[in-house]
Design a protein around this ligand. Structure first.
Ligand SMILES: NC(=O)c1ccc[n+]([C@@H]2O[C@H](COP(=O)([O-])OP(=O)(O)OC[C@H]3O[C@@H](n4cnc5c(N)ncnc54)[C@H](O)[C@@H]3O)[C@@H](O)[C@H]2O)c1
Length: 278
């Protein structure tokens, strides 16, 4: 796809883990018009290591006030908790922000949307590790969505350290030989309990336009090797079921490789003359 010509856009990355690092390296490799100019991580060594791997040698920043003047665009790839201050600061300086931690957007939707309007600056929420959102967005344009469900299933390692695991769940996580539910409920509870696992649920809830409608299930399955997400939508348009079986990222088993690729696809769309998909 032909890219829009023009100046480079300076990209500031907050969070230099699995997503931030690979997106930075691949944008550089594919000669994107987004050039990583500044990096920030709460573990300074992670930002330093990433900077050294990039030809653009982005400035390693100690805080957001230092990063923002050095970029035109921000990628948040840190955590649900970190995403609010990052997005707030970016919007207040009129820098568009890509939020990978979409759960952070859902929890602060009113505040962040108001800031985006006030400063006339966009927030981008990539589809991440999930397919089917294009259909869901189209489905809600006319008529009603009557049923909306997402089931996220991962191997036990994908839930290591999740704040919402009960004591009993912690004990069974690696012992159980069969799949079991870790959570059944609404999207807000899912984000509080499994913030690093259910960004896809947050994105689905937001794409539906009616987050209250979404039923979330989180499953640990010792028999699978993939991070699997299944969305089911039923409404006046008809019915949609989309299953995505993702390979976990090598650096972070909680994160799917497709989430990283979705961020790259978003940057590709931003520099393209032709946009494909809803
Ligand atoms: N939208 C999706 O489908 C999707 C999919 C996977 C992951 N995610 C989310 O994207 C985010 C990044 O994922 P990842 O796999 O790269 O995680 P990761 O743990 O590999 O990397 C996160 C990095 O951010 C840094 N960090 C954490 N808090 C920070 C803060 N306050 N300031 C600066 N740096 C901070 C960490 O030190 C780490 O280096 C997570 O919130 C994750 O849940 C979203």
């Amino acid at each position: 796809m032909k890219k829009a010509k023009g100046k480079y856009r300076r990209l500031g990355i907050v969070g230099c883990g699995a997503i931030g690092s690979l997106v930075a390296e691949l944008l550089e490799k594919r000669k994107s018009s987004f050039r990583v100019s500044a990096v920030l991580d709460m573990v300074p060594d992670s930002a330093l290591k990433l900077s050294k791997r990039l030809k653009s040698r982005p400035t390693v920043c100690a805080h957001l006030d230092q990063l923002l003047p050095k970029c035109d665009f921000v990628l948040e790839a840190a955590s649900v908790k970190a995403s609010l201050p990052v997005a707030e600061a970016a919007l207040k300086s009129r820098k568009p922000v890509v939020m990978m931690s979409t759960g952070g957007f859902l929890l602060n939707q009113k505040k962040l949307s108001a800031l985006a309007v006030k400063h006339q600056t966009k927030i981008y929420l990539p589809s991440g590790a999930l397919c089917g959102l294009d259909g869901l967005k189209a489905a809600r344009q006319i008529g009603e969505i009557r049923e909306l469900r997402i089931t996220s299933t991962k191997p036990p390692a994908g839930f290591q350290g999740a704040p919402g695991l009960t004591q009993a769940q912690k004990r069974s996580l690696y012992k159980s030989k069969i799949a079991f539910y870790l959570y059944k409920g609404d999207v807000w509870g899912a984000i509080q309990r499994f913030p690093a696992n259910v960004n896809v649920a947050a994105t689905t809830a937001l794409a539906s336009g009616n987050p209250r409608k979404l039923k979330v299930r989180v499953v640990s399955d010792p028999q699978i090797r993939s991070n699997q997400h299944e969305i089911h939508v039923r409404g006046d348009f008809g019915e949609l079921t989309a299953v995505t079986r993702n390979k976990p990222s090598v650096q972070n088993p909680k994160t799917s490789a497709l989430a990283i690729q979705a961020a790259l696809a978003l940057f590709e769309r931003l520099e393209s003359y032709v946009e494909i998909g809803t």
